[in-house]
Design a protein. Structure first.
Length: 330
């Protein structure tokens, strides 16, 4: 009988693992959100599309480049932007010191890569997994309503480290490494417009005490809707303001944006704020993945290695290398 494997999370790590293990096992992915992609996320409102998590990513390892090439051919990825200057003062731009390296975005939305990778996988959406229940030679999963989701031989969590720590039993050997991980938050401001602003860039880093980055999201390939801006706060500022009033956070970000761009966006037809509790990996686990062979439990994700989309892929690929060998040995 093929082994049954539950994967928690349908971000890039969970989907990478799912694709690799599918030929050798019965794999089910459980995802708490309606959409796929985790922090590679897209929200649509009022004819605008906002990639409100990851903005673009690079591909430095040959393995990841192979996936990127496949997804480009399938039309699920595109290159963007050509340059990322830095906004240093009111409407002042410093040139991109890191241009030359290809940057990629999902197409027609940031979730494009996840949707590409979800093909052929059994994915149950809008299911939040609660702490795992030990059963003889396996684990029983339950959702937020305590519904029984079945018994699995192996369970792998790709949820951010603090959430993974809450799911795993005390006996899990990865707890010490999980406790080392530190993630910081981020606020994302989404601004929908009728007329595209003349900012002089598609994306820019921002040298500021509150803001860190902004993108004219509607300039990404395959986004035909109305003009849309995505503005990220700094992670340290978000950490200090995580529990602050949303209206006050929005106003402070808008004031900084006006200061940096010279444009007052307060009258925009649509403004919303998203709070990421776990956005950025400040300190990684320092191990490519966690796996407890005695318990049949594991974990992977960007937080094992570093703070990038490619880190999520690399962590899941490394765990898949081990698990495919174990599964082949029976
Ligand atoms: C604001 C922001 C900006 C970023 N910018 C960039 C960038 O420009 N470039 C870059 O390379 N990276 C960027 N990143 C980081 C990048 O998004 C991540 O490194 C990568 O997407 C992580 O993938 P993952 O699969 O490891 O985790 P995630 O994408 O977080 O996936 C984990 C999944 O687990 C699910 N989950 C959690 N708990 C449960 C549960 N109990 N039950 C079921 N499902 C659960 C979550 O819903 C999620 O879908 C950014 C991230 C954020 C938030």
């Amino acid at each position: 009988m093929p082994k049954s494997i539950a994967i928690i999370g349908a971000g890039l790590a969970g989907l990478t693992l799912g694709q690799r293990l599918k030929p050798q096992a019965n794999v089910t992915i459980f995802e708490k959100s309606r959409g796929l992609g985790g922090r590679m996320a897209t929200r649509r409102r009022e004819e605008c599309a906002f990639d409100h998590g990851a903005q673009y990513f690079t591909a430095r390892s040959e393995r990841f480049r192979t996936l990127v090439r496949e997804a480009m051919i399938a039309g699920s990825l595109a290159e963007w932007p050509a340059a990322v200057p830095t906004l240093t003062g009111p409407a002042q731009l410093a040139t991109d010191g890191r241009s030359g390296e290809a940057r990629y975005v999902g197409a027609p939305a940031m979730t494009g890569l996840a949707n590409h990778m979800a093909r052929g996988l059994e994915i149950q959406r809008e299911i939040t997994i609660t702490p795992l229940i030990s059963e003889e030679n396996g684990w029983r999963l339950r959702d937020q309503d305590q519904r029984d989701l079945g018994r699995f031989d192996l369970v792998i969590s790709t949820a951010p480290a603090p959430q993974t720590a809450r799911l795993m039993p005390q006996a899990f050997s990865g707890h010490a490494a999980l406790a080392e991980v530190r993630l910081s938050g981020c606020f994302t401001l989404m601004i929908g417009l009728e007329i595209a602003p003349q900012l002089g860039f598609e994306a820019a880093r921002i040298d500021d005490e509150i803001l860190s980055f902004m993108a004219v999201n509607s300039t990404k390939p395959g986004r035909p809707g109305k003009p849309a801006l995505v503005v990220h706060s700094r992670n340290d500022w978000a950490e200090a303001n995580l529990e602050s009033d949303r209206g006050a956070v929005t106003e402070q970000m808008l004031a900084s944006l006006e200061n940096r761009t010279g444009v007052n966006f307060r009258q925009a037809p649509w403004i919303d704020l998203h709070r990421w509790r776990f956005a950025n990996v400040e300190q990684a686990a320092g191990e490519p993945f966690l796996f407890d062979p005695a318990l049949g439990l594991g974990a992977c994700g960007d937080w094992c290695i570093g703070n990038r989309v490619e880190a999520a892929f690399q962590s899941a690929s490394a765990l898949a290398d081990l698990l495919t060998t174990i599964l082949a040995e029976g």
